[in-house]
Design a protein around this ligand. Structure first.
Ligand SMILES: [Zn+2]
Length: 494
């Protein structure tokens, strides 16, 4: 560890105790058995805190706050974890992605837009915080799309924010994934797995940011995972890469990039997520509104029904769910978070003429056209909650990976499917109720049985439970879920 790594670790501005008794229990549970011999590198950088999300002058908390990643980073210095995790946060360890690396997966126009916004700001989290999605639509979308977006977006979906430090945070995050690719591919220190603790998240960012048919950019600016995938494809042509996304929201941006930018590459995308589109009630559609069942050569997309639409017909009594999780939310309760709402997309996939290889490192603008990209087929039976999530992993994702045979596996690791997490709870009504044992189990399954010898984990969502008493997000469950995930990353492959 460099001096700079240690300096950053000593920063305690997040205002939380480093570790609690509960965390120590989790540490003992997931980090003490027989594991691989090396420490798991965990990449993080202070710049990721510079992305401010609370609107200027507002006292309203935003769930995608910098405290979530910094607290997780601090926990890795606990005595129990020091033996297993190698925190790395120096500028040398975690470089920023270069513009030419970002433009491999995003359009020139979108990247110009991001950098142009940056020019408006002085750097630092205290400068003006902008509403990103409406700005993007105003500047880049066609008049017809603008009309469609602003008329449908009656809740003013603008939960994605852009501040003076946002671009730096986003480039540092995607740069961490690029660095992770280098580390696992070159087997540095014999480490074939790396965790990237990054923000803002990335899996909703498609080639042009987001589509006008989706209500928001979902807190994402740059698709961190795809920038890393493009780097691997560029340096190691022909490599077989799988991306598995277990964030509670469909990774619509990643799926778009896989379909359009990686269309000639050996890349497979698997997403298991909550999906509920209630006919004629667009207010209740769960963000981003895409992610119907699809299983073809390139994409596996498995929607899971939320517990609020279930009546325990599938043996959910063994869950940690309480009675409240079985209630369907009232429409009035949905106005608090624009990130949960969208209207169903009516766009289709128009392939781009892009390449991730050097010499042709840009993508052309994608054009929306008619036709569905959702609900391509129906899953044979409805899957509900955490048991449904596990079944999807065991019976859909794992066979897909085994048939494909990836050499490199990226995990879009989102923890917002957790019990009471702000990402999938609506006024105390939970969606999936995943817990730390589920995250350990899913990760272990991937690490042990996917066939990929090199694994990179990249943080997506996961925001904690809103605590009305302290008026803060309680990050305890997020922390435990993340630690369980890290512990599983150290499992030996079979
Ligand atoms: Zn999410």
């Amino acid at each position: 560890m460099s001096t700079e790594d240690i300096d950053q670790a000593s920063f305690t501005g997040c205002g939380n105790s480093v570790i609690s008794a509960t965390d120590s229990t989790v540490c003992r549970k997931y980090f003490t058995n027989g594991r691989v011999k090396y420490k798991l590198p965990l990449l993080y950088h202070f710049d990721m805190r510079l992305h401010a999300t609370r609107l200027t002058g507002s006292s309203e908390m935003h769930q995608e706050e910098s405290r979530r990643v910094h607290l997780l980073y601090m926990k890795c210095f606990d005595a129990e974890l020091k033996k297993s995790i190698l925190p790395m946060s120096s500028t040398k360890s975690v470089p920023m992605a270069l513009r030419e690396q970002v433009v491999r997966v995003h359009t020139e126009a979108y990247v110009d837009f991001l950098f142009g916004l940056q020019a408006r700001h002085m750097e630092g989290p205290d400068n003006e915080v902008l509403r990103f999605s409406p700005l993007l639509v105003s500047r880049m979308f066609s008049p017809e799309d603008k009309k469609r977006y602003f008329s449908a977006n009656k809740h003013n979906s603008s939960a994605t924010r852009y501040s003076g430090g946002s671009l730096k945070a986003a480039l540092r995050s995607s740069g961490a994934v690029i660095r992770a690719v280098e580390m696992v591919m070159e087997d540095q220190f014999l480490q074939s797995r790396v965790a990237c603790l990054v923000r803002p998240p990335g899996h909703h960012a498609g080639p042009s940011g987001f589509r006008p048919s989706v209500s928001s950019a979902g807190f994402c600016l740059v698709n961190n995972v795809c920038v890393g995938v493009a780097e691997a494809l560029n340096k190691y042509p022909g490599i077989k890469i799988a991306i598995v996304d277990f964030d509670v929201h469909h990774g619509n941006g990643t799926q778009d990039i896989v379909d359009k930018v990686f269309k000639d590459e050996d890349v497979v995308f698997c997403s298991v997520h909550l999906n509920e589109n209630i006919p004629d009630d667009h207010d209740l559609d769960f963000f981003p509104g895409t992610g119907g069942y699809r299983n073809d050569e390139r994409v596996l997309s498995v929607p899971i029904d939320p517990l609020w639409s279930s009546q325990k017909e599938d043996g959910l009594t063994s869950n940690t769910s309480n009675e409240a999780t079985m209630k369907r939310p009232a429409p009035a309760s949905l106005t608090s978070s624009s990130s949960r709402k969208s209207r169903k997309t009516d766009a289709t996939d128009t392939p781009l003429i892009g390449s991730v290889h050097s010499g042709s490192n840009s993508v052309v603008d994608d054009i929306e056209s008619s036709g569905p990209d959702n609900d391509v087929a129906s899953y044979p039976k409805p899957l509900h909650g955490r048991l449904g999530f596990r079944e999807a992993f065991e019976k859909q994702v794992l066979p897909k990976l085994k048939a494909f045979g990836p050499q490199l596996l990226f995990i879009s690791a989102g923890f917002d499917g957790s019990l009471n997490d702000e990402g999938c709870v609506i006024e105390n009504v939970s969606g999936l109720d995943l817990n730390e044992s589920d995250y350990f189990w899913m990760t272990e399954l991937l690490v042990k049985h996917s066939g990929a010898t090199k694994v990179i984990s990249v943080l997506e969502g996961g925001y904690g439970r809103w605590d009305a008493t302290s008026e803060m997000y309680d990050l305890s469950a997020l922390s435990n879920n993340y630690l369980a995930h890290l512990g599983a990353l150290l499992e030996k492959p079979t």
